[in-house]
Structures are given as C-alpha cells and as structure tokens.
Design a protein around this ligand. Structure first.
Ligand SMILES: Nc1ncnc2c1ncn2[C@@H]1O[C@H](COP(=O)(O)OP(=O)(O)OP(=O)(O)O)[C@@H](O)[C@H]1O
Length: 908
C-alpha cells in the first residue's frame, strides 16, 4: 500500500470508463474521485470533517433524494401473480377462458385455464428468480448508518445512528468491522480496514483500504482499486474508519450497475424473444380480424346460432400458439444445461438464443487469443542492439508498481519484466525509494514511476512505443545521448514495426533525471524524456485459438480482432491463426469514420489495433447499429465496455472477476473451442423454437382459413366448439414433443434468426396448402353425405374434418420440421407424435368417447375420400417443400453484407 503522504503524479488523462455516477458537486470536480486528495474530496461535496449540520443534511436530502441504492422492492405476491397476466398472450387466453365459462363451455374454459396457469407460472417463476436476486443484493446494504452531524454550525459533532436511506453526499460516516458500506465514500481516516467488495468486483478476497491523502489509481480497474474509496454494496471485514459520503442512492456505483435500465442486456429482449413477440402480435391481430369476420359472415348467411359464440372462441384458441412461452423457456433452458456440461456457464437464458443468431464475434487479443502469459524475449538499446539496461529500468518501474499497488493486480507485462530482470541478476540491492507511481492505464498506454536514486529524482516511463517516443526528445547512444530528429524517429518506428511483425511487441522505456536542487521532474516532465531502449515481449497464441477460430469460420461467424496492442503484432497473430485478411485500423482512426463505415470495416474482417476500451465498445456498437448480431469475447477489465455493448458478452477462461461479472456467458476453462459449441447450442435452440413456430403458425392459420370458408359455405358449423378444442389439444401435445425431446437438429453453417417476414410467408404459404386439403375434404364430404339427414350429415362432416385435420397435421409435422436455416431430420419423438396424431384422428371418433363428443361413424366412402385427400396433401406438401428448399428458404435470404465468405443469415 502506498505510504500516507506519497503524492501522485497528477497527470492529465480521461476519466475511467464506466458509468459516471458522481453527484453534481463532484461532477464539477476537476478529477475523478480516485484522484482527489482528502481536502479535494471534502471540497467536492462541500463537506467538513466535523460533519454536516442537520439543516444542511435535510436540504441535501431534498436535492439528492433518499439513499435508496437499489430500486424499492416490487409489489407483493398477489400483485406479482396478477402482473403475470399483463402479458398480452396470457391475457388473451385468460379472456377466452372467461368467455367460455360465461357461455357454459366448461371443457374449453378448463383447458384454457390450464394453459393460462402454465404460462403465468413460468413467468412468475422467472420473475421470482429476479426478485430473489434483488433480495440477495439488498442484503448487502445496511439498514442504519453511524453518521457524524452537528445541530448547528457552532455545535460539536455528535455521532448517531440514522436510517441508511437518510444519508446525503457530504455526510461523515463511521465504519466498523461487520458494517455494510452505506454509500460511496472517501476514507478520511482508517485503521486496519479491510473490505469485502466481491459484489462489485467479483473478487472474493477482502482488500485492504487506507486513507492516504493521495493514492495512485490502479490501471484499468478504476476507482474500485483506489485504496481510499469504499463503495455501497461492499462490507467492512475488519478495522475502523471515518469517511465522507461522495455519492448516494442510484448515483453510487452499485446503484448504477443495478438500475433496471443499466442491466447489461437483461432488460433488452434477445433476438429470439423479439421474433417470438412479433409472431404472437401478428397472430393476435389476425385473430381479432378473422374471428369476428367468420361470426359475422356466418350470422349474415345462416342467421345467429347458439353455438356460434363458443365456436368463435374455440377458433380463436385454435389460432393461438398457446404453448409458446413453455416451448421458449424449455428450449433455452435445455440449451444452457447442455452448455453447462461442456464448460460454459450461461448466466441469462435468452443469451442462448443470442448465440444462435451470432453473426460477428469481436475478440480481444491478449489473454483471449493468446495465453496472456507474457515473457521477455530481449532487451535492446535504441539502436536495436542487445542491452540489459532497458530491462533493468523497466523492471525497476515494474517493481515500484508491485510494491505500491495491489499485487493481485500486477500487470502481466510487469510480472514478465520482474521475472526476467531477476533471472538476469539486474535487480540487486534494495529498491530505490519510490516517490510517486502512475500505474499502467490502457487509455494512456503507459505507466510511470518517480523515484530517488543516488540523490537524484528519476522519472521512468514505460509503455507502448508510439506513446513513449512521442514524449522523448533524445535517445541514449554509445554512452552518451543523441537528439531524436525526424530521421531517427522514423528509424525507431521502423524498428518497432519490424519487431512487432515478428510477434515480439516492444515496450519502450524512457527516463529523465535531475538533481533535486534543480526541482525534480514534475508531471509535465513526462515530456522531454530520454529514450533508454526497448524490452521485447513474447505472448504465444493460445493453444485452442486456431482451432476455435477455424470452427467459427466454418459456422459462418465472422471474427474481428480488437486489441490495444501494436498493429504489426496483431497482424502477425492474425496470420498465425489463419484469420481472413482485411484492413487494419487504429483505434484513433475510428473517430474519423462514420458509424456505418466502422460497421463496414468490422464486417469486412478489419483488425482494430491500439484500441482503448471505449474504442472497442464503439466498434461493437457500430456493428450492432448496422443490424448485426454481435458477440464480444474478452478477459480483461479493459474489455468491460465492449462486453456490455455486445448482444452477448462472453468472458474467456482466465478472465478477471469484473469481466466475468459482466459477461452473460462464461467459459469455465482455457478451451476457446467452447465458443463454437455455444454457437451450435444456440442455433439448435433457435431452430427448435422456429420449428415449433413454423408448424404451429401454418397449421393454425390453415385451420382458421378453413373455418372461415367452411363457416360461410356450410349450412352448419364446420366443427363443434369442444371438438375444435380437443383437436387443438392434440396438436399442442404433438408439437410439444419435438420442442422438449428428440435428437439435436443439425445446425447449418449460418447464423439463425427468427425472421418474422419469412416466418409469416412460410405460415401463409403452408397454411394455405393446409386449407386446400381441408376444403378438398369439405367438397368430398358434400358428395359422401348426399342423401343423409342434415343432423347426420353435420356429424359426419365434423368427424371427417376432425380426422382429416389430424391426418394432415401428422403429415405436416415431419415435413415442415427441417425447413428452417437449421437443417434437421425429424427426431424420432416427432415421428411417434405424428403416428399418435393419425391414430387418434382415425380411432377416437368411432370410440365411445368420440360418440360423447358428438362424432359419428363414417361410411366407407368417407374413408376413401380421407385417403385421397391425405395422399393429395402429402404430394402437395412434398412439392411445396422442394420448391421452398430450391428457393433457398424464401425471400430476404442471402449473404449478409460483410460477413465472412460463405456466411449469411437465413430465416429459421
Ligand atoms: N504494465 C504495462 N506497463 C506499460 N505499458 C504496458 C503495460 N502493459 C501493456 N502496456 C502497453 O500498452 C499497450 C496496450 O495494452 P492493453 O492492455 O490495452 O492491450 P493489450 O494487452 O496489448 O491487448 P488486448 O487489448 O488484446 O488485451 C500494450 O500493447 C503495451 O505496449
């Protein structure tokens, strides 16, 4: 831990990435919280170490609101249960059930009631899980806090307990072992303080906190690692402290992270959910038009009948894919279970569907495509000759970082430097006293340390060569120094690019020294440095990377590398991993490109080098804005903005806790091939949902059309309401079978999405075909029933249509199953279901139960007609299927501009 009193290099630099949660007063402050001295922090929130006066606290409470870090608890159980009906789908079914009960159609009411309850129970369970998660989070927050306040400005401060929600920015609070930290605070005094902030950073070990006047901010992790800051959502493990409150309520880091709108992507609907919702709404709209139309036409032509209303209700139910919620959650849960067995943890169910739709995977390089275990390959003077000195200076700077920052956070580059320098005996003797440390920051791409050596103050800077060279005016040369003119700079740039192109990125090391009497190097002195040389680093490609990327390419997922490293190093890695060639862009060049240009470049396999965390996220967002489904695979804290920006964030094997916490899919081991497996599982899940929708929508639509036409043409209802519901129940049971069981569909080589346009076209086309079969049966039955009494003819008609419907559905099940983007042979369970449907259709009407339901035995001619219709329908289905497949799945299909060769998005 840095000593109290050690000053920081107040270097200019952008604030840490992540949500800006500072209160107004502090927002105006010149530096982010982790860089404020004690006094500056107090001033930023206009506070005194003696505490606020009661009046001032009250005034601030009115301005800032209560310190409610998490949203208030949701409604009680009864209201939550009722809220599940707010889903348009469940409300529709419930409405139909009520109408059925009102008109005395009890059987239908019960069936509908069961379906509503199932849909609501599923929704309730999902929401109970989130409510529980929120409760667990709430347990991390305190009920009360010890605050130091004064009755008036002249009075002495008294410590007292107040409800934690009454805290305001500027309050001085006291913390002790076991306390939950009530707000985001800056420590003013601390003794033996350790804090568990695992809920914020994902790291389980408590961290030491202290109250230095100024402490070095630690690279990447931003304020969570600043020793003088503590955050709401963490708990004091041991020790005591006094602190000033900097942010309360939703303005705290914890509050911002758990604001409903700030949930990474949880609140947003996945590609699958969006597709499903559109399907449901279209069916509801269709029903609202078709059913009144049928009833109206029938009444006009044949007059009002008592059975018309129940029939209309039954027809409405028949049009609804009522098992959709069940199928959707069951299929995605199954996908996530399968992935859990293969080293992948899915933290949000809809992410399974997102994986199936994945078109572009953006990948970070170090630690993801490479092992992240850096090694020093050499140490060079500015002329490129071997020289141990640059390694020594770089290691001295690394050692300072080790001694003055959390050792757990030591950058892998620093670790490599220390190991190599130690092995070469370059770190002998006690370390020089460190005055200031400026740890590595991926935005500034350099780190600095100010130390005292032999009575001088020495400033050492190491980092990405471009950044360091820009601050050098001279370079060491043959025992002396030489100025860095344009030609010399060009030579150095060439040297850097050549080494990086060999896979050995260089770290530049520079310094400045002056006698203290002359006033040592100050922050501005980061300019005018002397280049000491370079350290060559080596980072091998991860063993599983090449295979994993090749597999992704085979699956039609384009891969885009986004790295903070030198373009030449990244290019070399791209070659080594046989990734397709594309343009190379630097992070700084992104600003000059428009969003679509960025997306186009990324889609064309561009490689983005020297990217800051924010620039990585910008590329991801541009791709998404271009309509692509984008994933991000990363491991570091500097990847969090991009992980959050993507449709699906995936954390690689050795990812730091914070990156894991933001990812929706976590790879548990080092094997990157897991991403390919996740994509396959996602596609299988989407394929299953799509198969259900294809069959359910086209059959339902076909039946609705037949009912509409039959209702108009026939002098009686085409089927009794109870018979319509029974038929619907049989369809549901059969359709459920393939969603819940059966072998895996074979996923194709392209991302799959639920494209509603294509799905609607499919449902319309095959629905019409289904209706043609029904109408043919109507025509045949007109002939067959000629000569029978009207009541007999009506019953026979109902029976024949029931049987025909079940037979045609049985034929449609296997035929329509594999027509999406995912080619699949129908699973065995589907064949069983189809067989069972046909048997029920043939055997139920002549049975005693059939009789009770109003069915009638059919004459032999009717069976002949049934056979003819079934064969005719099968032939038509075959033809339409072949046509559909020949057309490549319908309009809207084709390679998506910019995806990897041979890829594209197909409708499912
Ligand atoms: N500890 C360090 N001290 C000084 N400079 C460093 C340190 N670590 C990395 N650098 C320099 O900063 C550059 C950017 O680092 P950053 O961590 O953003 O990306 P990266 O690790 O190279 O790649 P990726 O973004 O793929 O993880 C590195 O290429 C290197 O030149």
């Amino acid at each position: 831990m840095p000593e109290d009193g050690v000053r920081l290099l107040p270097l200019p630099g952008p604030a840490a990435d992540g949500p800006q949660t500072w209160p107004e007063a502090a927002q105006a402050a010149p530096a982010p919280p982790e860089r404020l001295s004690r006094l500056q922090a107090l001033r930023a929130v206009q506070a005194s170490p003696r505490g606020l006066t009661e009046d001032e606290a009250e005034r601030r409470l009115a301005v800032h609101g209560e310190n409610t870090v998490l949203p208030p608890p949701g409604p009680g159980r009864p209201r939550r249960v009722l809220a599940t009906l707010a889903d348009p789908f469940a409300a529709l079914l419930a409405g139909l059930a009520v109408i059925c009960a009102a008109i005395g159609s009890w059987g239908s009411a019960v069936i509908l009631g069961v379906l509503v309850l199932t849909a609501c129970a599923l929704r309730y369970l999902g929401e109970r899980r989130s409510a529980r998660a929120l409760r667990a989070l709430r347990a991390l927050l305190p009920g009360t806090a010890t605050v130091r306040r004064r009755a008036s400005a002249g009075e002495r401060a008294l410590s007292r307990e107040v409800p934690a929600d009454q805290l305001v920015p500027g309050d001085v609070v006291e913390l002790a072992g076991g306390d939950a930290v009530p707000a985001d605070v800056r420590l003013l005094w601390a003794e033996g303080l350790t804090v568990d902030q695992s809920a914020l950073t994902g790291r389980s070990e408590p961290v030491e906190r202290a109250a230095p006047d100024l402490a070095p901010p630690v690279a990447g992790e931003g304020p969570f690692e600043a020793p003088q800051l503590c955050f709401a959502g963490s708990r004091v493990a041991a020790g005591r402290a006094t602190a000033v409150v900097l942010a309360t309520g939703a303005a705290t880091r914890f509050g911002a992270a758990h604001r409903p709108s700030a949930a990474p992507r949880g609140a947003a609907r996945s590609a699958v959910e969006r597709g499903v919702r559109r399907a449901v709404w279209t069916m509801i709209l269709f029903m609202l038009v078709a059913v009144p139309l049928t009833v109206g036409a029938d009444t006009l032509l044949h007059g009002w009948s008592r059975d018309l209303l129940p029939f209309a209700v039954a027809a409405a139910v028949g049009l609804t894919p009522e098992l959709l919620p069940l199928v959707l959650s069951a299929v995605q849960a199954r996908g996530s279970r399968e992935l859990a067995g293969r080293g992948l943890l899915v933290r949000r169910l809809p992410a399974v569907g997102e994986l199936g739709a994945l078109e572009v995977l953006c990948v970070d390089k170090t630690g993801t495509l490479t092992t992240g275990r850096l090694e020093v390959a050499g140490s060079l003077d500015p002329a490129g000759r071997p020289d141990p000195q640059p390694l020594r200076w770089a290691a001295v700077a690394g050692e300072a970082a080790l001694l003055h920052a959390d050792p757990g956070l030591l950058e892998s580059a620093d670790e490599a430097l220390l190991v190599a320098a130690d092995a070469a005996g370059l770190l002998e003797g006690p370390p020089a006293p460190v005055l200031e440390v400026l740890p590595f920051d991926p935005v500034r791409r350099r780190s600095g340390v100010l130390l005292r050596e032999h009575g001088r103050q020495v400033l050492l800077v190491k980092g990405a060569p471009e950044t360091v060279l820009a601050r050098c005016t001279e370079a060491v040369a043959d025992g002396g120094v030489r100025p860095l003119h344009a030609a010399a700079r060009a030579e150095l740039t060439e040297l850097v690019a050549a080494r990086a192109g060999r896979g050995l990125p260089l770290l530049a090391v520079a310094g400045a020294a002056s006698a203290p009497a002359l006033g040592g190097p100050r922050p501005g002195d980061e300019d005018g440095l002397t280049l000491l040389g370079f350290v060559e680093l080596r980072d091998e490609a991860a063993e599983s990377a090449a295979g994993a990327l090749a597999e992704l390419a085979r699956q039609g997922v384009a891969v885009t590398v986004l790295t903070g490293d030198h373009p030449s190093t990244a290019l070399r890695l791209r070659e080594a991993l046989a990734l397709p060639a594309g343009p190379v862009l630097l992070g700084d060049e992104l600003a000059a490109l428009s969003g679509p240009e960025r997306a186009e470049a990324a889609g064309a396999g561009a490689l983005f080098a020297r990217c800051t965390p924010a620039q990585k996220a910008r590329v991801v967002r541009a791709l998404r804005a271009g309509g692509r489904s984008v994933g991000f695979l990363g491991d570091g804290v500097n990847d969090i903005p991009a992980l959050r920006a993507a449709d699906v964030g995936i954390s690689a094997g050795g990812a730091v806790g914070a990156a894991r916490a933001w990812a929706e899919v976590v790879i548990e081991g080092p094997d990157l091939a897991a991403v390919g497996r996740a994509v396959v599982a996602g596609r299988v899940a989407v394929a299953r949902v799509a198969a259900y929708l294809r069959i359910a929508l086209s059959c339902n639509l076909g039946n609705a059309l037949s009912m509409l036409v039959g209702g108009v043409l026939l002098p009686f209802l085409p089927m009794q309401p109870a018979q319509v519901l029974l038929q619907n129940l049989c369809f549901d049971a059969a359709q459920l079978s393939f969603a819940l069981s059966g072998p895996q569909p074979r996923p194709g080589r392209r991302p799959v999405r639920l494209r509603w346009g294509a799905l609607a076209l499919f449902a319309a086309g095959f629905g019409l075909l289904n209706s043609v079969g029904d109408l043919a049966m109507f025509a045949a039955m007109r002939e067959v029933t000629r000569g029978f009494s009207v009541p007999d003819a009506e019953q026979m008609f109902h029976t024949a249509w029931f049987t025909e419907n079940l037979l045609t559905q049985a034929l449609a099940l296997p035929a329509l199953y594999g027509l999406g983007g995912v080619r699949a042979r129908a699973p065995r369970t589907l064949w069983w279901s189809a067989g069972a449907l046909a048997l029920v259709g043939l055997l139920l009407p002549p049975s005693a139960l059939g009789e009770a339901l109003g069915f009638e035995g059919l004459p032999a001619a009717a069976y002949g007609a049934l056979a003819l219709v079934a064969f005719g329908y099968a032939a038509l289905l075959r033809g339409a299927r072949a046509l559909w497949l020949r057309r490549g799945g319908g309009p809207g299909e084709g390679p998506v501009a910019g995806t990897a060769p041979g890829t594209g998005t197909v409708r499912a």
